[in-house]
Design a protein around this ligand. Structure first.
Ligand SMILES: Cc1cc2nc3c(=O)[nH]c(=O)nc-3n(C[C@H](O)[C@H](O)[C@H](O)COP(=O)(O)OP(=O)(O)OC[C@H]3O[C@@H](n4cnc5c(N)ncnc54)[C@H](O)[C@@H]3O)c2cc1C
Length: 411
């Protein structure tokens, strides 16, 4: 298992994580920035998808997919975090409100210089009159007719109650994300960025910080477990990501959100945060809970292929449960997810063989592909003989064009 270390580790390259990592790297600190999503490099790399760059497009492709069914809770999973897919509106509040809070460090005079820095870094500007669409132009006219003050700068703490065209972190038409603003000029220096790293949990943190100890994180990168070590770890996983990480680490209210409870959730993102690309389940769950998790994935239409350790934790009891599930679905004339056969393959007996023969004979092409892969994983001579009769599938398996991941991608 690979181990990566740094003086400061920042988890989450969103709006906050980019600022923290960038500013520490500017001071020459050894910083490792971890992001679950992809890093497309600096602005101008030519690798950024158009919808993330263009402030004129709704960006939806890099979303974590949090939903409660009726409601969607958008959160980006990409370098820059939500600043890479948000509305890019950058407006400050009212001085009177900050002053009214009475909080040390949060008075209008305290926040004003900080806002100025952010405005400069994020290249915030006001839309110009000619950029207003017909709807917005009419709104401004109507507001003026009603006697509202029209403000030219919504980043003015003293603008008061007023109407105006939005101030935005948009350069030309480019959504100027926090990565462009805070990281581009320190990339290649003391900042290292590791993308596609899903941090699962803190596994050790005692003695870290001023006493010079180490914080250790368990993570997964592109399907492989990885350990991250840092003298200081900053959690900047966002409003959903950080609490989940803490709770997986047993900090906060572990009794309320234990993994097994999360697995009972019918919210796919909650379930998948534990089940997908996460070594925790394979390492920690007892067999009965593991088996329920795999079955649950099928119930809620969640893919099996991203479950870390799926093949390693396959077991005869699970194979039996999955075959029962398949029979129930057939009895109700409902389709059976072909990935189901993946955990059956290593434990095929005579009954399972007749199930697979049935699928090979009358299933859809995807179902046949699943059955063929299961037979290929089985050592019984009868399985090999059955598979021999399906040359095309056998050929595809042997030349590598058909395997469980390709099948998962098509189903
Ligand atoms: C659709 C939308 C539009 C918005 N429009 C505006 C707007 O116009 N103006 C405005 O001011 N605000 C807007 N916001 C809000 C603003 O974008 C967010 O408040 C802000 O970006 C949050 O920053 P953050 O650093 O807390 O979290 P995020 O930006 O969400 O960053 C968290 C990062 O951590 C990563 N991460 C999470 N968990 C892990 C893990 N376990 N391992 C590794 N990485 C992990 C995530 O992938 C993400 O990149 C909008 C938000 C959304 C969703």
């Amino acid at each position: 298992m690979s181990v990566v270390s740094a003086e400061v580790v920042v988890v989450g390259a969103g709006s906050a994580g980019c600022v923290v990592a960038g500013r520490l790297a500017e001071q020459g600190r050894d910083v490792l920035l971890l992001e679950a999503g992809p890093d497309y490099g600096p602005v101008g790399s030519g690798r950024w998808p158009a919808e993330l760059l263009s402030a004129r497009m709704l960006a939806t492709t890099h979303d974590w997919g949090y939903t409660s069914g009726r409601w969607v809770f958008e959160r980006a999973r990409v370098m820059g975090g939500c600043s890479s897919h948000n509305g890019a509106i950058a407006a400050v509040g009212h001085r009177a409100d900050y002053d009214g809070w009475g909080l040390p460090g949060w008075a209008g005079d305290d926040v004003a210089p900080l806002f100025r820095q952010v405005i400069e870094r994020m290249r915030v500007r006001a839309y110009e009159a000619h950029e207003a669409g017909p709807f917005h132009a009419r709104c401004l006219d109507a507001a003026a007719d009603l006697g509202w003050t029209i403000a030219s700068d919504l980043c003015d703490l003293d603008a008061g109650a007023s109407f105006g065209l939005e101030t935005v972190n948009v350069v030309g038409h480019t959504r100027w994300n926090a990565g462009f603003a805070y990281l581009d000029h320190v990339r290649g220096g003391s900042l290292r960025v590791l993308d596609e790293v899903m941090v699962d949990r803190l596994v050790a943190w005692h003695g870290a910080g001023s006493s010079g100890g180490t914080v250790r994180l368990a993570a997964e990168r592109r399907g492989e477990p990885i350990v991250i070590e840092g003298g200081t770890v900053v959690l900047a996983g966002g409003v959903y990501g950080t609490p989940l990480l803490l709770e997986r680490s047993g900090i906060g209210a572990p009794e309320a959100l234990r993994a097994a409870e999360g697995l009972r959730s019918s919210m796919n993102p909650v379930f998948e945060a534990i089940a997908h690309h996460n070594p925790y389940a394979a390492e920690q769950l007892p067999e009965a809970t593991w088996n329920q998790m795999v079955l649950k994935a099928l119930f809620i239409g969640s893919a099996l292929d991203p479950i870390a350790g799926l093949d390693r934790r396959a077991n005869p009891r699970l194979a039996r449960m999955l075959r029962d599930h398949a029979h129930e679905r057939w009895a109700a004339h409902r389709p059976v997810n072909p990935e189901l056969w993946r955990c059956v393959g290593p434990f095929v007996d005579a009954d399972a063989l007749s199930d697979l023969a049935r699928v090979l004979h009358g299933g859809t092409p995807d179902e046949q592909a699943g059955a063929a892969l299961a037979l290929h994983a089985c050592r019984l001579p009868e399985a090999a003989a059955l598979l021999q009769r399906h040359h095309g599938l056998l050929f595809a398996i042997r030349n590598g064009s058909l395997h469980w991941s390709t099948l998962a991608a098509t189903t």
